[in-house]
Design a protein around this ligand. Structure first.
Ligand SMILES: [Zn+2]
Length: 311
């Protein structure tokens, strides 16, 4: 039997993005460098231990500040992909030219640092509009991973709004049709990106959503709901998918004291001890043993080269 594929992707949202999304300014005590100084090196060690080659969705303005960390990730065989220049919380509301600038400028920075072409994109907050895929296509991208195909999104948004005490609004789910998008990779219609098309201009690789239950399968869910839901989700996913995407956020591996800003404790598990956080990472990485780890770039190459898989 063919080995199933696991892709681990990380959105490197930075501390100031989490604060900005909730309309907070950093205090004089907030430690803004903790993601790049602590969380990412920890993640790289864990990935080395488990032989994982991951995809890091990187924000251009942060890459400029920490080029050595980006170089190390790239050197270790991970893929560096585009998560926009400034991580606009309402990315999907940007005008065409602003959106294009956010995407292409980020690519220039990342490609300058690594010397490698960047071909993958994920929007902040899974929030794209009907211009985004055309911009990506024109920019020479091969895949997008911004369509979140869950019918539960309105509920998850409400949940998020309540846990953040109304400080964080999301545009995700404005378009209910996204919930009906394919849960497996597909070639999307450029404007109606939740629909399949016959053109293979760009590949959409959605994050894994549990079939039927529509629950997102990602690090945030493990931190919020614990191991029992992870186990049930993984059991169902194993039955239906040959490719599993598991999405993480670098903030999950930073110690509470290393950030020193209590306002972010609305994030699931933010106050867990560092030991517990590392244990949770070991837990899911253990559960993925036996799967073949690939970057999204490698996944997209399989799809482009082997049309059999598309059926
Ligand atoms: Zn993000």
């Amino acid at each position: 039997m063919k080995k199933k594929i696991i892709n681990i992707s990380i959105d490197i949202d930075n501390i100031h993005h989490y604060l900005k999304a909730r309309n907070y300014e950093p205090t004089e005590h907030t430690k803004l460098g903790s993601i790049y100084n602590y969380a990412l090196p920890r993640m790289l060690d864990l990935f080395e231990k488990y032989n994982i080659k991951a995809t890091f969705f990187t924000v251009g303005e942060d890459a400029l500040k920490y080029p050595d960390v980006i170089k190390l990730m790239h050197h270790n065989g991970h893929e560096i992909a585009n998560h926009t220049l400034n991580h606009h919380q309402h990315f999907g509301e940007l005008q065409y030219s602003d959106m294009e600038y956010e995407i292409l400028e980020c690519n220039k920075i990342l490609e300058d640092i690594t010397g490698d072409k960047v071909i993958g994109f994920r929007a902040p907050g899974w929030n794209i509009n009907n211009n985004t895929l055309s911009i990506l296509k024109e920019g020479g991208f091969k895949y997008d991973s911004s369509v979140f195909p869950s019918k539960l999104i309105p509920i998850l948004n409400l949940f998020n709004y309540v846990t953040n005490k109304g400080r964080m609004k999301s545009n995700l789910g404005k378009n209910m049709k996204i919930g009906f998008a394919s849960k497996k990779p597909y070639y999307p219609h450029l404007e109606n990106f939740w629909k399949k098309s016959n053109q293979n201009e760009i590949l959409e690789i959605p994050p894994t959503v549990v079939p039927f239950l529509n629950l997102p399968f990602l690090g945030t869910s493990l931190y919020k709901f614990g191991k029992p839901l992870f186990k049930v989700s993984k059991t169902i996913i194993d039955l239906y998918y040959d490719l599993i995407l598991y999405e993480l956020h670098a903030i999950e591996l930073v110690g509470f004291e290393e950030v020193n800003d209590n306002r972010l404790s609305v994030k699931p598990g933010f106050k867990f001890s560092l030991k517990k956080k590392i244990d949770l990472y070991n837990y899911f990485l253990d559960s993925f043993k036996g799967l073949e780890s690939k970057t999204l770039k490698e996944v997209s190459e399989i799809y482009y080269e082997n049309s059999v898989i598309l059926k």
